[in-house]
Design a protein around this ligand. Sequence first.
Ligand SMILES: *[C@@H]1O[C@H](CO)[C@@H](O)[C@H](O)[C@H]1NC(C)=O
Ligand SMILES: *[C@@H]1O[C@H](CO)[C@@H](O)[C@H](O)[C@H]1NC(C)=O
Ligand SMILES: *[C@@H]1O[C@H](CO)[C@@H](O)[C@H](O)[C@H]1NC(C)=O
Ligand SMILES: *[C@@H]1O[C@H](CO)[C@@H](O)[C@H](O)[C@H]1NC(C)=O
Ligand SMILES: *[C@@H]1O[C@H](CO)[C@@H](O)[C@H](O)[C@H]1NC(C)=O
Ligand SMILES: *[C@@H]1O[C@H](CO)[C@@H](O)[C@H](O)[C@H]1NC(C)=O
Ligand SMILES: *[C@@H]1O[C@H](CO)[C@@H](O)[C@H](O)[C@H]1NC(C)=O
Ligand SMILES: *[C@@H]1O[C@H](CO)[C@@H](O)[C@H](O)[C@H]1NC(C)=O
Ligand SMILES: *[C@@H]1O[C@H](CO)[C@@H](O)[C@H](O)[C@H]1NC(C)=O
Length: 417
Amino acid sequence: MLSTIFATALLLPSLASSQQLIQDPGKAGPELELVHLYYDEWPTGIAVSSTGRKFSNYPGALDKNNTNNGSNNKYTVAELTGNSTEAAYPNAEWNNPPGGGELDCHKSRNALTDFEAINYTTTPPTGANYQNHFIGVQSVVVDPLDRLWVLDTGRVQDPNGTIVNAAVGGPKLVGIDLSNNTVFQTIVFPANVAPGDSYLNDVRFDLRSNITSSGKGVAYITDSSIEGRTGLVIVDLGTGESWRHLQGSTYVAPAQQFLAYIWGIPFYNHQAGQPLGYQGFGADGIALSADGEDLFFGGVGKRYLYSVPTARLRDDGPFSEALAQASVVSRGQKGVSDGYETDTNGYIYHGNAEQNAISFYNPANGTDSLFLRDPRINWVDTLPFGPLNWPGTDRRQRPFALLRVKLPNNGTKTSLR
Ligand SMILES: *[C@@H]1O[C@H](CO)[C@@H](O)[C@H](O)[C@H]1NC(C)=O
Ligand SMILES: *[C@@H]1O[C@H](CO)[C@@H](O)[C@H](O)[C@H]1NC(C)=O
Ligand SMILES: *[C@@H]1O[C@H](CO)[C@@H](O)[C@H](O)[C@H]1NC(C)=O
Ligand SMILES: *[C@@H]1O[C@H](CO)[C@@H](O)[C@H](O)[C@H]1NC(C)=O
Ligand SMILES: *[C@@H]1O[C@H](CO)[C@@H](O)[C@H](O)[C@H]1NC(C)=O
Ligand SMILES: *[C@@H]1O[C@H](CO)[C@@H](O)[C@H](O)[C@H]1NC(C)=O
Ligand SMILES: *[C@@H]1O[C@H](CO)[C@@H](O)[C@H](O)[C@H]1NC(C)=O
Ligand SMILES: *[C@@H]1O[C@H](CO)[C@@H](O)[C@H](O)[C@H]1NC(C)=O
Ligand SMILES: *[C@@H]1O[C@H](CO)[C@@H](O)[C@H](O)[C@H]1NC(C)=O
């Protein structure tokens, strides 16, 4: 049967070439505008202030070229200073953990003085424990009071590609006043909230004074721990106290044998020297509903969008975990995505990596809609690590790009304050 079809097709070349078969247009929705090209370090996040200042972060855990080793002047947070230039932010000092500068990495290290992003005096090596220096930053966010928050995982890759565990002091949330580029608050997570194998991935802020007794608002964080200790972290910005919820639940865990396709290519996890495996990232994308009453979240290794009432997460009482797990709602499938964002329409935007698209979930009608498609998009938002894991070769090509587009119905950033 097949051979007959082929033969027929071969006999009719003029018909085949004269037929205009319908094809995927590749593009839909509003046009994307190019804003910035990254030629140096590989970024995973962008934050924009009310005056249009832009900040990016460059995690060392996902690219060892981003790891500061004390002598290579790498930054993990930068301000975008021109269309293709970036500078360490808030300064070089925060981005340069002390020590290590004079040493060749093959020489033995001085156990007391030779420190950098990695602490080689521990066995195995861990992230350094500096509270006043960034180690490996996965997210930067501007809050409703126009302050920049830096979420440090405390983890980086060592020269042979191993992601070292964090040490207390590394995983932290650092608030910077943009009017004078000064750190105004540092919240260091204790070991029970951010253990060594945690990976604090993304954060959202609700600064309404009535949601806590301390009155300074709450931060909600996803822990996408590659090793599996994935969950949500909640922080009282007034007291600095933090706690976890939903850990060990199916909602934050990746799906079994999850396989995404990027530009048509199956996306297995392939680390040098290890057998081929599956992507294991847990809870990653996060967004607050426009009214702050629900938190939307989901994993990169899963196609579902979930939400949980924020009141259940803020509760840290004796029954709070059972109540939190019982109140999670599945909002259905939305494709493969990483970061999420909310606008004043109430839409929850998210990437749709397999469709070169950005889509949005509308809580008002419970459905997901296409916002735009563009062949230049391969992995939207805070973790564009897709092509990194392709067997054998690094398929990423410089420059990396920052693109922008106007939101529908004059939508703009939400402001919970
Ligand atoms: C790291 O930097 C080196 C030297 O600049 C470059 O050859 C290599 O491709 C980079 N690797 C990655 C993963 O970006
Ligand atoms: C940056 O890009 C904008 C828009 O493309 C252009 O008008 C401007 O001249 C560029 N600035 C620099 C410094 O290249
Ligand atoms: C730091 O990294 C640079 C390249 O990024 C490398 O040339 C240098 O040897 C490294 N130094 C140490 C101490 O690891
Ligand atoms: C390195 O680890 C040692 C042993 O745990 C600890 O005493 C020291 O403070 C750590 N230093 C840094 C910079 O992480
Ligand atoms: C490779 O990484 C492991 C774990 O951090 C470490 O124990 C080992 O010494 C590293 N090897 C080299 C050559 O850096
Ligand atoms: C930075 O500005 C804030 C807000 O005006 C102020 O409270 C703070 O004291 C300033 N910090 C420094 C170091 O000047
Ligand atoms: C906080 O106040 C807003 C109105 O500003 C209200 O809608 C919300 O329900 C209040 N939340 C709590 C937890 O009291
Ligand atoms: C849901 O709402 C959005 C936004 O108004 C709309 O674009 C979409 O078409 C709606 N979905 C359906 C299935 O009607
Ligand atoms: C968006 O804002 C513009 C200018 O403020 C206004 O003319 C237009 O009607 C608005 N569009 C919508 C859909 O609200």
